[in-house]
Design a protein around this ligand. Structure first.
Ligand SMILES: Nc1ncnc2c1ncn2[C@@H]1O[C@H](COP(=O)(O)OP(=O)(O)OP(=O)(O)O)[C@@H](O)[C@H]1O
Length: 256
């Protein structure tokens, strides 16, 4: 896997670690609301959890990390790529997996879905087809190549989305609640697939359990980082705070 920095920006003073993530003072308003508010962090760990209650800004941060939204202020850099400005570079640096694979899958067959990102990165059709075959074989799913994506179960679709990301060999994979619609067995299988992934994984979740054994957990609240450290410390504080909030009556509200 190639996790070496690609084009480096002279404007960035701190060198990005291989596969690393640098967020510098990320702020973003959406619908008149400050959704992200000065988020800064440098991460070189391989397994990073992101927690926070509903509406705290996790998905928005995930989209910024993947370069899908440009922040109003600040910059997001992955493997030396400014992901909002260098979209082609970002394709090879970071992949994102959403909760619902139906929002991600666009092609009628599995092999087309997996090959698409590679052709977007400039690979020839033949190269993309060969890499797609190799990826399917790696998961023992060579027979899925011509299968119709709409005929797959949610868990199978999620695995196709994961393979479509892995085939691009990104330095960072952002997972936004990817397991919430899956049964326990499928979740365990996908989690095992991810355990074997060499790339840095940033997992957004409401469930602290999969974060056991992670290197670092970041806690977002109101678009700010309010906790950052080893899982046992951050999750202990997070759990206590969630129980306090859970005892109150005001549910997470819309902006305004
Ligand atoms: N496109 C948008 N326009 C207006 N407001 C938005 C938009 N996207 C998100 N928001 C608001 O930003 C806040 C953060 O949303 P976000 O989806 O990032 O939170 P989250 O932590 O992922 O929440 P959840 O755990 O419920 O998925 C919410 O208050 C949401 O209403």
């Amino acid at each position: 896997m190639n996790m070496r920095p690609r084009t480096r920006s002279a404007a960035l003073a701190v060198p990005a670690p291989a596969g690393g993530l640098i967020l510098q003072q990320i702020s973003l308003r959406l619908g008149g609301r400050q959704v992200l508010d000065g988020v800064s962090l440098t991460a070189a760990e391989r397994r990073i959890g992101i927690v926070g209650r509903n509406g705290s800004g996790k998905t928005t941060l995930a989209r910024v990390m993947a370069g899908l939204i440009a922040p109003d202020d600040g910059r997001a850099e992955v493997c030396g790529i400014d992901v909002a400005r260098d979209r082609r570079g970002a394709l090879g640096a970071v992949g994102i997996l959403f909760q619902n694979p139906d929002h991600q899958i666009i092609f009628p067959t599995v092999e087309e879905e997996i090959a698409f990102g590679l052709t977007q990165m400039g690979r020839s059709r033949a190269e993309a087809a060969a890499a797609t075959r190799a990826m399917l074989d790696r998961f023992g799913k060579g027979h899925w190549a011509g299968a119709a994506t709409h005929s797959l179960s949610q868990g199978q679709k999620q695995l196709v989305c994961l393979m479509a990301i892995l085939v691009m060999e990104p330095g960072l994979i952002v997972l936004d609640e990817p397991f919430s619609g899956l049964d326990i067995a499928t979740r365990m299988q996908l989690m095992r697939c991810l355990d074997a992934v060499e790339a840095t994984v940033a997992l957004i979740t409401h469930d602290p359990e999969p974060l056991t054994g992670f290197d670092r957990v970041i806690w977002l609240e109101g678009g700010k980082v309010i906790g950052d450290g080893p899982p046992d410390q951050v999750l202990d504080r997070f759990g206590r705070q969630m129980r306090i909030w859970g005892g109150q009556d005001d549910l997470s509200d819309l902006p305004g």
